[in-house]
Design a binder for this molecule. Sequence first.
Ligand code: ADP
Ligand code: MG
Length: 317
Amino acid sequence: MSSQDNETIIELKGVSKRYGFGDAESYALRNFDLTVKRGEFIMIMGPSGCGKTTLLNIIGLLDQASSGEYYLAGKNVARVSAGKKARFRAKEIGFIFQNFNLVPTLSILENVSLPLIYSGCRKSRRLRMADNILEHFHLREREYYMPYQLSGGQQQRVAIARSLIADPSIILADEPTGNLDSRNSHIIMEELQEIHSQGNTIIMVTHNPALTTYATRVINMLDGEIDTDIKTVDDSELPRGGKNEKVSVKVLPSRDPIQMEITSESDVVVSGENVTTEEAPEEKAEEKETKKPAAKKSSSKKSTKKKSTSKKKGAKK
Ligand code: ADP
Ligand code: MG
């Protein structure tokens, strides 16, 4: 089956993250090996402090391992410069955080367009693309709102839209439903499942064992190491995107605009990196071919799920 299997997209070899020195030395990650195939939906579980966020931050190039090797999409990224990391991150990785991390002083539209700053396209195009993807999340009518005017569930959907806009190959989500009630959690998980079913790779940290039904693989961590690692879907059954290229959500599930409850007035924190809304340096000529999230749909969707949530049809165009 191996020739049929999806390619390896992430490979960690002997990665350790140390804090402190001497007596105070401790390991957030200890000699950690992990191979991730494109199209996996991995849930990471484990007690608080076992290194889940550290792992995600290293995979997402937000943090640097103390030692070990890291190959992302075949490239050794363990020790590249901060600038290269930022560019690689912008191209390859979408982040979703527990507390949404929308920039409080920017509109929803501007928030969603932020990852495109690295893409070199001009602001008007970035905003058009953001408008497009928000439409598919049924949040267009909120695009000139500020984050505080949205419920927690809506903010997280905005954050998901933001995580997808630059066509990343990997989505990293650190307890994305941690601040949401069960109904909103379910909505977010359905979004993620749809994103996954189109061939995207997702690595998600959660405390909620009920959510592991969405995963193709569940890793339990303990003290910076893998405790158990169970694949519930065979590699050969993982969903695929179009080619060997990056894939993204082209069609998102349609649903009525949802008035979701505010379940937590969590602080909105800007995290990860400093963002700027300044104009991108170059203006790309391909201004016309505005990316449409709904332009094409992966045809090779496979039902890899034990649990198949109802897919609503319709609003794609
Ligand atoms: P989890 O996400 O599983 O709760 P973390 O990855 O946040 O765990 O943390 C793993 C371990 O690393 C914890 O023991 C934590 O205290 C430690 N740690 C995380 N960040 C730092 C830091 N900046 N300085 C010192 N220790 C840290
Ligand atoms: Mg954590």
